[in-house]
Design a protein around this ligand. Structure first.
Ligand SMILES: Cc1cc2nc3c(=O)[nH]c(=O)nc-3n(C[C@H](O)[C@H](O)[C@H](O)COP(=O)(O)OP(=O)(O)OC[C@H]3O[C@@H](n4cnc5c(N)ncnc54)[C@H](O)[C@@H]3O)c2cc1C
Length: 295
């Protein structure tokens, strides 16, 4: 992708060898979005905030174990049991510079949790080395986009709202974007109006979630020793029932989101695993002859 152009009727995506023309363009090219840079050249790049994350899936049966979080001085470990005897884990840690990679990423994790409780070591032993992912965390917390839309072109997902993983919502927000975009396109035959509505609907929520995720990550990794101790003590004293109540209330705004009503055919399509593509294509059927997905 090298550029975009628009007329009153069409949007174009240019590449080095071709130009694609469509009624609208949805750019979902991720956290380091080229589309974002081309459309809003003055927008700063996402910022690394001294935070890196390793993730893995351990072949370990922890049927009785619930998801948990272990907080250390400048690192945390999250574990979440999956189905079929597997456990997802993520180690977040402070890092001085982005882009530092290790020949054995699992060993790099092990070094950071050497004196931690036994479950951590069980998880690492049960994780194949080639299933350990390592990503530096960046976001746009310092400069959220003023809009997700430029005429007939819309950003969607991480391209629009890069966020840290500290609420586990990046992909969820991308799916919500797709559902809302499909609904706005189904509502009106005019892509420009639909995209403007999409921006109005999605930007406040996605940017609120991104901000809250940034704060969560910052508090977990960079909070003071006193605040960590207070949190730890509070959690120890709180009964599971009270904890469930408090967290349900705190997460209500996040998890209470309801998708907009979609026309019958779209609604049925929503459960389809190809939700993203199908919704978009269905959403404009009869209204647009071609959608260009810039992914
Ligand atoms: C450590 C970590 C943990 C996470 N945990 C969660 C979680 O628990 N829950 C959750 O919901 N989210 C989580 N996320 C976030 C989630 O991974 C992202 O928000 C999600 O993948 C964003 O989807 P996307 O489609 O917008 O972008 P991506 O998944 O990045 O997809 C973008 C696609 O565009 C392609 N592309 C890029 N540039 C071009 C180009 N010029 N031309 C053609 N193609 C291009 C890329 O190759 C890629 O396939 C986590 C992220 C991290 C780093």
């Amino acid at each position: 992708m090298t550029g975009f152009a628009q007329t009153a009727e069409r949007a174009e995506v240019q590449t080095e060898s071709e130009t694609f023309s469509a009624d609208l363009v949805v750019a979902a090219d991720g956290i380091h979005s080229t589309a974002r840079r081309l459309l809003w050249p003055d927008t700063p790049e996402t910022t690394f905030w001294n935070y890196t994350v390793w993730r893995g899936i351990a072949d370990l049966d922890l049927a009785a174990h619930e998801g948990c979080m272990t907080l250390g001085a400048d690192r945390y470990l999250l574990t979440m049991p999956l189905t079929r005897g597997r456990v997802y884990w993520a180690l977040g840690a402070q890092a001085e510079a982005p882009g530092v990679r290790y020949p054995d990423e699992r060993e790099a994790v092990r070094e950071r949790v050497a004196d931690w409780h036994g479950l951590v070591h069980e998880l690492l032993d049960a994780t194949p080395v080639d299933r350990v992912l390592h990503h530096d965390i960046t976001d746009l917390d310092h400069a959220p986009l003023p809009t997700f839309v430029n005429g007939r072109i819309a950003l969607l997902g991480d391209a629009a709202h890069p966020m840290s993983p500290d609420l586990g919502q990046g992909a969820g927000m991308a799916i919500e974007d797709a559902v809302v975009l499909a609904a706005t396109l189904a509502e009106t035959g005019d892509p420009v109006t639909a995209l403007a509505r999409y921006d109005l609907e999605r930007r406040p929520r996605a940017q609120w979630v991104a901000k809250a995720a940034h704060k969560n990550g910052h508090d977990a990794l960079m909070g003071s020793a006193l605040s960590r101790r207070l949190l730890s003590l509070t959690l120890r004293l709180m009964s599971p029932a009270v904890f469930a109540k408090v967290s349900a209330r705190a997460l209500d705004r996040l998890w209470g989101w309801q998708p907009p009503a979609l026309p019958g055919r779209l609604h049925r399509t929503f459960v389809n695993p190809y939700v993203f593509l199908t919704l978009l294509l269905d959403g404009v059927s009869g209204r647009a002859d071609r959608i260009c997905l810039a992914v």
